[in-house]
Design a protein around this ligand. Sequence first.
Ligand SMILES: Nc1nc2c(ncn2[C@@H]2O[C@H](COP(=O)(O)OP(=O)(O)OP(=O)(O)O)[C@@H](O)[C@H]2O)c(=O)[nH]1
Length: 822
Amino acid sequence: MTSSSTAGDLAEGVTEVAVPIPALVYPQIQVIDENKVFSYAGSVLLILLKGLTCVSRNTVNDYLQKVDLLSAGLNYHLISVFGSQSTGKSTLLNALFGTKFDVMDESKRRQTTKGIWMSRAKQDKILVMDVEGTDGRERGEDQDFERKAALFALATSEVLIVNIWEHQVGLYQGANMGLLKTVFEVNLSLFSSPNKSLLLFVIRDHIGVTPLENLAATLTADLERIWESLIKPDPLSNSKITNFFSLQFTALPHKILQPEPFRKAVDGLGHRFDSKDHEHYVFEKSYHRNVPADGWSIYAQNVWTQIELNKDLDLPTQQVLVARFRCEEIAGLAWERFENDVKPVEGMSGLVAGLGDIMGPARQVALEIYDAQASRYTRTVYEEKRQELLAKIDAKLAHIYGHYISTLHKIAIQKFNTSVTSELGRPNYIFLDSIQAAKSETLDAFVAAATEAQVEGALLPFESELQSLTSDIEESVSRLRALEAKKLGSRITRRLTSDLDDIYPRIYKNPNEDFWDRIVLTFREVLDKNLAIYKVEKDDVVTYDLGLGGTVAEVAAEIDQIKMEAWKALYRKMKEFSKPENVLIRLREHFEERFKYDDNGVPRVWKPADDISDIYSESLKSAMRLLPLYATARLENGDTVFPDPDVVPALQRDEEIEIEKFPILLSESQMLPIRNDLKRIADSMYVDAKRSTIQSIRQVPLYFYILLLALGWNEIMAILRNPLYFALLAMVGGVVYVAYFLHLLGPIMKMGNAAFDQAVTSGKEKLREVLDVKPMDSYSRNRTSALAESGSTKADIPLDDLDENGKTTSSTKSNTSPGQFN
Ligand SMILES: Nc1nc2c(ncn2[C@@H]2O[C@H](COP(=O)(O)OP(=O)(O)OP(=O)(O)O)[C@@H](O)[C@H]2O)c(=O)[nH]1
């Protein structure tokens, strides 16, 4: 018992000065009608956890809206009154709270209040329920409604005003003790843990003979007795009535007989409801049912439905159900607002400027909407639904943000490529610096834009996208590095090719057994020279730095690529020089050098004594010996020339090179025509040599000189007699003598003849070229040239068929010549 009021209350009512009441008159609403139907319109069926519960967008909500309490949250109070029929309950409520509940027409003396009515009180944020009176003759023995109504009042109200006549105190039925017993019983099932309510006994028609104190004591004793008689569940077996109820008592004078004291007493009683400082202030936090005003109608309706269905009325569960329903409803509203706010940026392609400034406030506003209304409901439900809402909002934000940073990623990589391409297009660029600058700029811009669009509190990670962008950039850098390495490789290969162009022909022209050793050695020297500037030697370990960055493995691969290109350049050079036509020319030159010139390099003038066949044979053999050298790249030790093992895999993938045939430059089938052609050329030269010898040994007949003397006698004499002619003759004679003395007369004449013959042959060749328009392949052309130079374009002429003048003596033909190469 929190307070036990006595006559002091009465005195309080009498002595206190009435506070002027604002002339506010609120309408009323029937919450439950006499047929036990909850007041609603246009019901909506909802499934709330278990079973079907009829929940409405009802008139109660409309009413609360109308009386401006719908948005009051938990800041409202609910008071019910119950008691016997026609005991002046409505009269009391109207006087106490300024309501307009119907009051019985005295002349008719019949039930006025049917069902349960509600009205807002004149006091701040108080709702009052006027419950149909008990013991009415209209319902007779049917106590169903009064029990249910009492239960409903208890489940919803903080304060229950029990209205009794003074003369009923001490009576069992008249004082509603039977009903109170029911109330106590159901209270135990309603509130498994103590959830207090205030029972405010208002004793009417108190005439003052029995002090209020005594009346209160009687009532208290009755209540405790009832409480003790209840069968309580185990955990509550030792509980007291005061664990569940606070009790207050007050008494009012007769309204009709003592109107003024009645009014004053009512005014005094009113202060208990609006003055927090009042010692009997009726409202305590623990009395509140913790159902926000906007959820009250659902709560009340659920409670009533449960009561109507005679089901266990577990109020905490009902509160949770209402909280769940309302929190979901509020979360729905908040989500709707959020969706509307982010809609403009959701479907946008490309980068949305100021995304964070749109998403952040949208999230904030949605949460504020939710918090403002839902935070009044059961904490656990509120938080659970808030988490759900937050998760939904953040998932949407993550989706929008994901799209944003993915677009950002694409734009960033494009910008990187553009920037780096333009950097690398500049003269004298430094690859690594250019790449690093573009990379830093791109990543910084990405991080800045991604951070700018972040929303405080939301988990919007961009690290994985940043990682993906970084690896895309690295991939791009790798590609650029490969291109750069290729460019560098091409430059090195060009320099190497140029060096080989310079050196290779010299080695090639003078082949011997270590011919290929020299070529490979020279190649390696040239390659080393070109790679030397990139070489880094540290602790006897040789690595390379191409100035392109990259890992050790990447650099090694790039160096291998360069080496591979170098080997390809060598291969091309080898192939070029080993073309059959080039080899034929080289062999012919080699033959000529030995056949037409002596060991001192002096052109041979063939004399009858010379062994032409032997020289021919030796020269041809020497030339033929070169062919295998040119045909297969073989080192002196017998190994074939082959690329280094580290470049072989790359060469194997290269389409230009058949790596297995790397050292094979001329096949057997290619060598055969070269041999034949060389032989033909050599034969031709041999024939010419033979012919020139025969011509040199031919003699002028003696009679030619006698005839010349006879016919030229006069001229001879004229010359001898003329001093001028004679002097000239003497000079010519002197020159001839000196030539003869020096044995130059014969060679001078031979050279003259040879020069003449050569001129004739060249003339014929030119004439043939002019007349012969048929195109020739390079080998045929070179071959023709080689043959023409040797004068062997004619058919082979066997030496045995020549007479001493070098002419063909018969049609007999021989297939072999004396000096034929075997
Ligand atoms: N004796 C007496 N009669 C009162 C008092 N107050 C009101 N009445 C009369 O009691 C009768 C019933 O009043 P109501 O206020 O309608 O009583 P009620 O309890 O609300 O009636 P129901 O709603 O029908 O249960 C009326 O004729 C009132 O004039 C009072 O203090 N004393």
